[in-house]
Ligand binder design. Structure first.
Ligand code: HSE
Length: 427
């Protein structure tokens, strides 16, 4: 029976899950796969993290894992760009297959890493990088291979989905929801990754690579986060039959043009992704043959992510000892990215805060009309004790650039008390 020797870099949440799994399930996995998996070494700079039962595996210095001639597969689970990048490069150059969950690194340096893997005849696997335990990478790579992917719509950041969910369920503002998410340990060390849509953009870049064959520059993905979403907008959207979700979107616009964007959007409550609550993730894919498919599950967490890492490990086992294995990832559609959201058209939810006096609505709708923006519905909410009233509109499809210009003009009106909020509608 072939033995596959594993070296682990990083003993954080996922690393400890992988070690625990290998310790407890080695014989079951042997029975299921016909391979013997052996955790040989662990590199972790914080020695205190390592329980006594793994101490004999602990090495000082990552190179003792990446240079070890007995190790077949290196699992990198420290996250972040540096030093993870140099560890992976060193492992690949030492002809080791590598598994990573590192979405930021793949989004920024995926092309370089895949190139090195190819040159060295080894494989780089990354199932855990998007959607945690959801088998989305292997599905795009294998099960959906016959399809031309028409669109991808994903809720791929559990933290922002959790925040939006509890803002709705508990009628609380963003700051309170963020504090709760923090107290549960959901928020990344750098909260901008979650709140500003950066993490979603990293994951979208990886999905685009699989679906369309090129890794987009992150700066070419249009990106907005959830920071500007208020509980008021969540409530008003719901009253109109929509939920606000942070979506990662890729759509094929023409033969070689892909629309790529991450931003909050109103989704009809009947849309499948609308019912994705809390930290759960879901990815909706439309293929030309398969039609619509939806993948749903836990997008983070110790054991769901371990599940994905182990799947990669088992797949790699068959290549251990092979002198030649080709990284099947680089088909290219010569796709072009659509760089400018201003060229696109959407339906919009818009909220104005205005002084409650006659003629205000006429002024607003006059400016919208001048920019060819049609109003589908309008509601003025009760004033209560506040000095201004919310006016909520749903528009017909309008050009983004026109919408921006119209809102700039409306904001300058004396009767408008706050910056208007506008959110795109996705269907
Ligand atoms: N911060 C990420 C999320 C972790 O909230 O989804 C999993 O990639």
């Amino acid at each position: 029976m072939k033995t596959v020797n594993i070296g682990l870099i990083g003993f954080g949440t996922i690393g400890s899950g992988v070690a625990e799994y290998l310790l407890k399930n080695a014989s079951e996995l042997r029975g299921k796969t016909g391979f013997n998996f052996k955790l040989l070494k662990i590199a972790e700079k914080d020695r205190k993290k390592i329980p006594a039962k793994y101490r004999n595996l602990l090495v000082s210095g990552v190179e003792k894992v990446t240079n070890d001639s007995d190790i077949d597969v290196v699992i990198e689970l420290i996250g972040g760009i540096n030093p993870a990048k140099s560890y992976i490069i060193s492992a690949l150059k030492n002809k080791k297959h590598v598994i990573t969950a590192n979405k930021a690194l793949l989004a920024e340096y995926g092309e370089l890493l895949f190139k090195i893997a190819k040159e060295e005849n080894v494989l780089l696997k990354f199932e855990a990088s998007v959607g945690g335990g959801i088998p989305i990478i292997s599905s795009l790579k294998n099960s959906l291979i016959a399809n031309k992917i028409e669109s991808i719509l994903g809720i791929v950041n559990g933290t922002s989905n959790y925040i939006l969910t509890i803002m709705e369920e508990e009628c609380i503002p963003m700051e309170r929801a963020l504090a709760i998410a923090r107290s549960k340990g959901y928020v990344e060390k750098n909260p901008r990754l979650d709140l500003e849509g950066i993490d979603s953009a990293h994951k979208l870049a990886i999905l685009i690579k699989l679906a369309y064959g090129f890794t987009p520059k992150l700066s070419r993905i249009y990106r907005e986060g959830i920071s500007y979403i208020s509980d008021l907008d969540i409530r008003y959207a719901l009253e109109s039959g929509y939920r606000i979700k942070l979506l990662a979107i890729a759509k094929k616009k023409s033969k070689d043009t892909i629309e790529m964007r991450v931003h909050p959007a109103l989704l009809p409550i009947t849309h499948m992704l609308s019912s994705v609550r809390g930290v759960f993730n879901a990815i909706y894919i439309k293929g030309n043959l398969v039609g619509e498919v939806v993948f749903y599950g836990q997008g983070a967490g110790k054991m769901p992510t371990t599940s994905a890492v182990i799947a990669d490990m088992v797949e790699l086992a068959q290549y251990v000892g092979n002198r030649s294995c080709i990284q099947r990832e680089s088909f290219s559609l010569k796709s072009q990215m659509l760089g400018n959201i201003k060229d696109l058209s959407f339906r919009y939810y818009v909220r104005f805060m205005a002084v409650d006096k006659p003629g205000v609505l006429a002024k607003i709708s006059g400016i919208l009309g001048a920019y060819d923006i049609g109003i589908a519905s309008v509601t003025q909410k009760e004033r209560g004790l506040a000095k201004s009233v919310p006016i909520v509109m749903m528009t017909h499809e309008a050009n983004e650039m026109s919408m921006k210009k119209a809102l700039e003009r409306i904001e300058r009106l004396k009767v408008i008390t706050d910056k208007p909020v506008y959110i795109r509608v996705e269907t």
